[in-house]
Design a protein around this ligand. Sequence first.
Ligand code: 3H9
Length: 744
Amino acid sequence: MVLPRGSSGSGGALRGRSRRGLRLDKDWSGAFLLGPKSTGPMAPAKQGYAPMETVRLARHGEVAIATIDNPPVNALGQALRTDLARTIAEAGADPAVSAIVIAATGRAFIAGADIGEFGKPPVPPLLPDLIDAIESCPKPVVAAIQGAALGGGLEVALACHGRVASAAAVLGLPEIKLGLIPGAGGTQRLPRLIGAAKAFPMILSGEPVAAGKALELGIVDEVTAGDVVAAAVAYARALAAKGAPARLRDRTDRLTAADREAFEVLAADATKKSGDMPNAMALIEAVRAAHSLPFTEGLAKERALFTALVADPRSKALRHVFFAEREIARIPGIGSEVKPRLVSRAAVIGAGTMGGGIAMSFANAGIPVTLIEQQQAQVDNGMNRIAAIYEMSVTRGSLTPQKRDERLALITPAVGLAAAAEADIVIEAAFEEMSVKQQIFSELDAVAKPGAILASNTSYLDIPTIAAATTRPQDVLGMHFFSPANVMKLLEVVRPDGVADDAVVTAVALGRRLGKVPVVVGNGFGFVGNRMLEARTRATERLLVAGALPHEVDTALTGFGFKMGPCAMADLAGNDIGWRSRKSRGKTAAVADAICEAGWFGQKTGRGYFLYPEGARTGQRDPEVEALIGRISQEQGVTRRSFTTEEILSRLLDPMVNEGARILEEGIAARPGDIDVIWLNGYNWPAWRGGPMHWADTVGLDVIARRLEAQAAETGDRSLEPAPLLRKLAAEGKGFADLKAKAA
Ligand code: 3H9
């Protein structure tokens, strides 16, 4: 769309500014924009608009265009709120302006409130006040949404009198994912725009909708494949021609009795499913208020509910996770100038459960992959297993037969390592045995093309020892996937000394392409996740010998929020795995070993810590196991005693935190948040508890240190003594959150 060049007023005003020596930028339409940083003694006071930090205000004819430029995502921090409020006030009062367009630069229109400001003393102008000012503006205000309009960003757009979106835009109210509800009118205006029965599920899911869907729902007035600002200017002109703008706050036509009835049905269902989520319940209350209360009272109710949720520890934990999940992208010591190598073809060695799952991850991401085994029968088995998993998805309706065929076609079965010659990355997922890995890597060294990344999926083994089998240690690293690899999000990218920075960056970028959450960790036994898991496994064993029973240990952890306790998890994974690993390291665990010696490997044998009659997935208490545990306590001279849930949790989780502190001291994890992201994405730590290190901060490190000292004294186990870092932070009254990043 081509707009007529500004006629009335704009040229004169701009010439005036130009004479005053201000920097002038030419914009898309040929109109001039005032540069964002052009402050100085020559800045005009009355004529034109004074420059602002985060908004460029320009005129296109009689339409004022406020372009938000607040990288990276135009979050509504205090500076942007101030500048937008000023924009509305100045352009609203300018007699030469008949309408205002709010536009933005970058990938987001506005990504919402600045999450980092939550929990700090609010600094005016507050977002609800800014939004009220936009809606109250006597001239029509139109949002030109070019990217993501999320949370407070959509709430700003809803306060506007018209919304035009580009085809690529997405719109949503994702506050629920942060343990919140919308707090700047979203729960009152969206129901007024599209009805509560449509607004409620959208806010409850937190999922954004694409522009096309938003148009269908009636959230936007127009979607354009062309220039969204030009379209918004035209729309604003048309609104101005109609006179005073219509405001959502005054609308009630969508809030019909039928709408309320439909909403109440959805609310009842949500109460059944999410009754334990305080924000889901608050959302029901807020949306119901759109129906039952006048607008301003509904707004006040929403604000009160929002404010209470911001202070809730569950929301604090989710906000911590939000930032931690973004911080993992910053790899200590590697700058953004280091670019990933090109990966257009992969090879996976080992067609077992793990290798098959990794190959599926590639195929699911559209990357051709060769699945390599030593013998035809093994690779056939692997391919059959993969085909069966895809088939299950087709039967469940989550995959179309066409997609299944496309994905299968991307996986080429092969026998012999020579088939890895064309791959840009080779991931070895063979037997967890150093000699096997070294043999494979030395053969790979001979066949892989120069510059190919050679990655091991080992869970515990030393990467430099594996790399030493090659002549190219700079290309060798760990990529530790979690089972089932086609489903689990976590990927530990193990960065040994001597690996090239661009190899690490390639593994991370590839992880993202595969839809994983890649966290860079240092080289060390069990890396981060499994090393801490082992601390919990040892704690479980101690608890069982001391007097707790498997179901008590598991119930304490599921009550904390895990989907599964350690005993059920061991039964699911196979108790023989840990047994083999202990034997290879000369370690013992009386209860776990005895269970394995009896052949009770877990679900696959019908019994482990629990009984699984007739293939049951949920275990039942096993009197024989409980008797066996009693005998072991007796043999060790332990008088069994009972434990409260609190005690069990402390004995399971404090040693993990202690191990986490050692991992940080050693630089195996760069930041406490990295450990939290690992436990959330790989080990089912409940997100609303923020991860083990965040949880420890909420308990207080002094409390954890005291409890660990008591446990160490009681058991004589010196590994339970607080790690120096934990002791130091506790003594200083600090938390892990006070630590600065350390190189991985
Ligand atoms: C809200 O609005 C409440 C209101 O209802 C009421 C208030 C009174 N704040 O994700 P990326 C940073 S609650 C602060 O990697 P992408 C992020 O940390 C808010 N910072 O980019 C990162 O920083 P760094 C509701 C934010 O392109 C950088 O931006 N809104 C915010 O993959 C890039 O982020 C949401 O929940 C923020 N709101 O994805 C939306 N958003 O580079 C949250 C981002 O230093 N945001 N940052 O690590 C998102 O979903 C994605 O960031 C987005 C871009 C899709 C926008």
